[in-house]
Design a protein around this ligand. Structure first.
Ligand code: AMP
Length: 550
């Protein structure tokens, strides 16, 4: 017997319709590439999105076709989020930090038809315009007065002109919630990037889940500044969650340095933010150097790579900002877990509470996870005892089933019941309360004399040293032990620090045999397009460092 409730598909356009109707006067504030601050309301944004939906159709884009963006976080980008997906086309957010060759590869692979870009990326567009195969139209996300003078791009249109040519009488089409809504390519440290194709259903369900109090905790009383780019897994879903909950949004545009971010936090009375650890490093350094405090910011989501506990402590103790450590992947829309304490942890001494909050957290409803033995062919599940560590597998309605165009074959691993699980490539423990702790990426694990050493733990210790700005730990080839940990370290500006001083810092903090064999001081650690340390690059450069020492 069927239930007797309405059949209403879960569509992305419904989020904007809700925001317009119930939070119409809520603000969206953006730092623009044109150099000023722009303010609008959800009501205005909804009307402009409808006009843009008509403009896209007028450009000849058919439902299901891909429309690409190369853009910072800003209101025009958000209007495209809704205009493109809402009208049944697929929004493809390209990552401008990739090499132009990779951008060309991805745009061709996705068969993008139109590309919208922020003026910052004009040189990149000029470099790729003659090379991409399917893009017929380029649109500069600006007004007529700021249109660039360029002869290298054929068919260059102006965003505001496109809008001006349309009115906002438009009804969002209703279609199957399983249709594709947006496309993101994984950062892929090896091989070609692969496309992850989200659906309206997966996106709306993910939005419900991340807005929950024990996930990212978004509400109509919040002012959210997503530092995490809208070109990296839809800014972790915040442009959708803000519409669902009625939160004010503040977009930093290209201003991701400590000073620009701090200014916006204060002037717009931001209450929550989200980003990768490397961004917070810059912000903390600025706030520290200028002896500043946050007047309204009370929590920030940190994820994308492990948040060093020292950073969590600094935010909490010095700035009264709670860090919410979260974990996920492009393949997971992206949020899977959040490290929010349970009732039993309330009142714990700070160090014990922070130990819980430093894990990658517990699964949000909708995500199921398990760990299996790394060298065990049977795939048997390991116990949730906080000790056994194994490959982390996940499943759920916003987790990938296969890559775009089936690239790389079927990624899922079936269990004994034939159910498919997605292997995350992360190595983790899970404790009895369900808190998952990542000890490594499988390919970053250091295997010393047959025993595993977790590189993240070693990085976290190094990062806790007051003179260390950034630390990466890699497996370096070793004549006797096969591999041994090697630390690559960037010192804080002006700090004096020796190898021995830093290695002494590990004493008592870790089993002696885990202590890195050596330290290499460098000026900078290479970061990937999404702000993660490129350990494969470091391994190429320093992987034989210990052998060379003899
Ligand atoms: P991406 O798809 O680029 O977002 O990368 C996903 C990968 O980033 C995960 O599989 C993890 O290896 C890593 N990652 C994301 N969040 C965290 C976190 N909080 N702690 C440690 N690693 C993380």
């Amino acid at each position: 017997m069927n239930g007797l409730m309405m059949q209403q598909p879960l569509l992305i356009s419904s989020l904007l319709v809700h925001a317009e109707r119930h939070h119409g006067d809520q603000e969206v504030v953006s730092r623009r590439v044109e150099g000023d601050i722009h303010r609008c309301t959800f009501r205005e944004m909804a009307a402009r999105s409808r006009r843009m939906a008509k403009a896209i159709a007028a450009l000849g884009v058919q439902p299901g076709q891909r429309v690409a963006t190369l853009a910072w976080n800003g209101y025009r980008h958000m209007e495209l989020y809704y205009a493109v997906s809402g009208s049944g086309a697929v929004l493809h957010t390209l990552n401008p930090r990739l090499h132009p060759d990779q951008v060309v590869y991805i745009a061709d692979h996705a068969e993008d038809q139109v590309l919208f870009f922020d003026l910052t990326f004009l040189p990149l567009i000029e470099a790729i315009a003659g090379r991409v195969k399917t893009i017929k139209t380029f649109v500069a996300m600006t007004d007529r007065a700021h249109m660039p003078a360029t002869s290298k791009i054929e068919n260059l249109l102006c965003f505001e002109d496109l809008l001006a040519a349309q009115d906002d009488h438009f009804d969002w089409p209703v279609f199957d919630e399983n249709l594709a809504s947006s496309l993101c390519y994984t950062s892929g440290t090896t091989g070609n990037p692969k496309g992850v194709l989200y659906s309206h259903r997966s996106t709306v369900l993910h939005t419900f889940a991340i807005a929950l109090p024990d996930a990212l905790n978004c509400s109509a009383r919040d002012v959210i500044l997503p530092v995490v780019p809208m070109f990296h897994v839809n800014a972790w879903g915040l442009p959708y969650a803000a519409c669902m909950t009625g939160a004010k949004l503040v977009f930093p545009g290209p201003g991701l340095d400590g000073k620009s971010l701090y200014e916006l936090f204060e002037t717009e009375r931001v209450t929550m933010s989200a980003g990768v650890p490397t961004v917070w490093q810059g912000l903390l350094a600025y706030v520290e150097a200028n002896d500043l405090k946050f007047s309204t910011m009370r929590r920030t989501v940190i994820g994308g790579s492990a948040c060093p506990p020292a950073m969590m402590l600094a935010f909490e103790e010095r700035y009264n900002v709670q860090v919410l450590h979260a974990w996920g992947m492009t393949e997971m829309s992206p949020v899977g877990t959040a490290a929010v304490i349970k009732g039993k942890h309330v009142g714990l001494p700070q160090a014990q509470r922070l130990a819980v909050q430093s894990t990658q957290g517990r699964a949000v409803y909708g995500v199921d996870m398990k760990i299996v033995g790394q060298d065990d062919e049977s795939g048997a599940e390991l116990p949730w005892d906080g000790k056994a560590s194994g490959e982390l597998l996940v499943r759920g309605p916003w987790i990938i089933s296969t890559y775009f165009k089936s690239e790389g074959g079927d990624p899922l691993v079936p269990d004994a019941h034939g159910q498919g699980w997605f292997p995350t490539g992360d190595v983790a423990t899970i404790d009895a309360d369900g808190f998952m702790h990542i000890t490594d990426r499988s390919k970053d694990v250091i295997k010393s004399g047959g025993e595993w050493i977790g590189s993240i733990d070693l990085e976290n210790i190094a990062m806790a040293h007051p003179k260390v700005m950034m630390a990466a730990c890699i497996a370096a080839a070793h004549a006797k032990w096969d591999e041994r940990p090697l630390l690559i370290v960037v010192k804080k500006a002006g700090a004096e620090l020796t190898r021995d001083e830093l290695l002494a810092f590990f004493e008592g903090r870790i089993a002696k045999w885990w202590t890195p064999d050596d330290v290499v001081f460098v000026d900078a650690i290479p970061l990937g397009a999404t702000g993660k340390m490129l350990k494969n690059r470091l391994r190429e450069q320093y992987g034989k460092h210990l052998l060379a020492q003899g």
